[in-house]
Design a protein around this ligand. Structure first.
Ligand SMILES: [Zn+2]
Length: 93
């Protein structure tokens, strides 16, 4: 994706592609820990296992952003599906 450069709306700075964690990593790790704890000691797997997997998901989930090099403004990338692009073409015809 190095074809077009985006320009920041606020300061006309160059924007850079940035991949970062979607959720707070600390919270994800915390949920994994609570999940393990519940499974071993307290409520059992009914509550602990889902919490464990939610925590793992939160640690692993990523999001892509355009971030301005100058002022750190971020824009979230939204990728349109091919079907949606076709729908737009049909509407124009
Ligand atoms: Zn900027």
């Amino acid at each position: 994706m190095a074809n077009k450069l985006l320009v920041c709306n606020l300061c006309n700075g160059e924007m850079q592609l940035y991949t970062g964690p979607r959720y707070s990593r600390k919270l994800g790790v915390f949920l994994v820990g609570v999940g393990i704890f519940l499974t071993l000691f307290w409520m059992g797997p009914v509550l602990g296992v889902p919490l464990f997997f939610i925590g793992l998901y939160m640690v692993g989930a990523k999001r892509q952003l355009w971030v301005c090099k100058e002022c750190n403004t971020g824009i979230e990338r939204i990728e349109l599906k091919p079907e949606q692009t076709e729908t737009v073409k049909k509407t124009k015809e």
